[in-house]
Design a protein around this ligand. Sequence first.
Ligand SMILES: [Zn+2]
Length: 230
Amino acid sequence: MKYLRHELVIGKEAQKKLEHSRVAVVGVGALGCVAASLLARSGVNLVLIDRDVVSVTDLHRQILFEESDVGFSKAERAKERLSKINSGINITCYNLDLNSGNVSILGGSDLVLDCSDNLETKFLLNEFAVRNKVPLVYGSAVRDKGYVFDVVPKGPCLSCFLAGSKSLMACSSEGVLNYLTSVIGSLQVSQAFKILLKKDYEKLLLRFDADKMELSKIKVNKNKRCKVCG
Ligand SMILES: [Zn+2]
């Protein structure tokens, strides 16, 4: 009954599949708040990971938090909030800095959502996904543009086209529009559903420009010399 409106679109069997899935959300910031909220409301079990505490400058876009959360762990506060939204799902949270020594905590997940804000974590997740054949949905959003990319077994990985990059533009210095992060977090969930439900679709780099209201689909080729997946 709870998921009736979803079942009318995707069917009961697909909805059951979602309820038996576990998704790790790495980074419970702007993208992570949107994605985790939609996943929790869809009945998906969650692993939430974030090393940060809520800051007052996060509130304009991190939709799971309110003023009384400032100074507290994002992962823990998000878990509390999401448990109230859907008490029927299982949520594990980690208040830690994900690194090569502890990345194995992602091991029991069917899919990883990269909602992090730095390249170091993004490359760490990419390597984990390729090595362990766990699908990964990458997301990033800065200023008025955002990107989504799916890393799946046999397909190109993040390093195929981002290997030379040293850093990403940061929201802390460049800023970001709150409606953009809602769009990108939602697009990540739409890709996650396709992967969890084993749908056949073309894996493309999605680029959304909120100023021009343009969604571009860019073909990414596998780089034979890629140090991660080549
Ligand atoms: Zn690669």
